[in-house]
Design a protein around this ligand. Structure first.
Ligand code: NDP
Length: 334
């Protein structure tokens, strides 16, 4: 049984030295437990937060403990009345080959599910995040301009496609020409701007001739600096993530833009609201699941997975995710 534990807390960007691969005996389930064999491990930006022990919405991973993570697993042994050997489940087994569970927070997947890794992406936490943040906080209306960054990624790709279904003009922001081409050609966004282009801010402005009504915030940093002056009166800004800052060790370089931000919020009556998906919206998961399955069946939502092979690759995968090396929902085939 291989498992990857948190060996030390990162200062700035995580490195391979922050993780340690260990071999342990395969655990044995007690009465009421199941033994899970991990098939797929989801790698997500929030994991960077769990590696630090600063104040946050969730407890950090303790040093020496297995890294947290959403998983798709097979039940390999069962001492639990609700699960039988061979059942496929979505849960939080973390970065390891095997895990014990008492069934809490395990969701059984349909035995005929064609692509079980979807439960970690478009049909799972990231898809749900896109759906709730956009619909409940963003409140987009047909004809409005919606902008989303990390647009080829797990959350952003779904945000923009739902925006198109609702009749918005959708402008994506992504890192590099390949990602931008995918976002317009495969996902059907109206435009996609490369955040690495030196002319990025001007290109974003010309792609949004009527300003921005909904900015779905995934990144912060220089992208938000370019978005702020384009926000319209009455704009909504769901604050989903700030990945450009997760490795920060100090405040960003000046000038201080806090005054500019609050003045813009006031004068333009903008609503900016953060959310933590399962803390705030767990009760609406069934609604999302039904709707997203329908959209997938109808071919109205496309998605892309970036699958890497082998549990031992997970640290490099997470390190790369925080630098934009992934192209689509990042998943480890364990
Ligand atoms: P993605 O699949 O979008 O992967 C992360 C992407 O972020 C990278 O591919 C890269 O895309 C972009 N990125 C990385 N570094 C930077 C940077 N410095 N500046 C701008 N962009 C950068 O990840 P997810 O879809 O899983 O997550 C997207 C966001 O949603 C994250 O901020 C995450 O924390 C947040 N989130 C929040 C939740 C909540 O409950 N509030 C739940 C789930 C996710 P590119 O190269 O195209 O720029």
């Amino acid at each position: 049984n291989r498992r990857i534990v948190l060996a030390s807390r990162p200062q700035g960007a995580p490195t391979a030295a922050n993780f340690q691969l260990e071999e342990t005996a395969i655990p044995v389930p007690a009465a009421g437990q199941v033994l899970l064999r991990t098939e797929y491990l989801s790698l997500d930006p929030y994991m960077r937060g769990r590696m630090s022990d600063g104040p946050s919405y969730a407890e950090p991973v303790a040093l020496g403990e297995v890294m947290v993570g959403g998983t798709v697993s097979r039940v390999e042994q069962s001492m639990h009345p609700d699960f039988k050997v061979g059942d496929r489940v979505q849960g939080y087994a973390g970065w390891q080959d095997y895990a014990l569970s008492d069934g809490t927070a395990l969701v059984k997947l349909a035995p005929d599910m064609q692509q079980p890794s979807q439960a970690l992406g478009v049909l799972g936490m990231p898809g749900f995040t896109a759906y709730m943040g956009l619909l409940d906080i963003g409140q987009p209306k047909a004809g409005e301009t919606l902008v989303v960054a990390a647009a080829s990624g797990a959350v952003g790709s779904v945000v923009g496609q739902i925006g198109k279904i609702l009749g918005c003009r959708v402008v994506g922001i992504a890192g590099g020409a390949d990602k931008c081409g995918y976002v317009t050609d495969e996902l059907g966004f109206d435009a996609c701007i490369d955040r690495r282009d030196p002319d990025f801010a001007a290109q974003l402005a010309s792609a949004c001739p009527n300003g921005i009504d909904v900015y779905y915030e995934n990144v912060g940093g220089a992208v938000f600096d370019a978005v702020l002056p384009l926000l319209n009166t009455g704009a909504r800004v769901p604050v989903c993530g700030l990945i450009a800052h997760y490795n920060d060790t100090e405040l960003p370089a000046g000038p201080d833009r806090l005054g500019l931000l609050t003045r813009t919020l006031l004068v333009k009556r903008i609503r900016m609201q953060g959310f933590i998906i399962f803390d705030d919206y767990a009760h609406r998961y069934p609604e999302f699941f039904t709707q997203m399955n329908q959209w997938l069946q109808d071919g109205r939502i496309q998605f892309r997975e970036d699958i890497i092979d082998g549990l031992e690759q997970a640290p490099e995968g997470l390190i790369g995710l925080l630098q934009g090396h992934n192209f689509g929902k990042l998943i480890v085939r364990v």
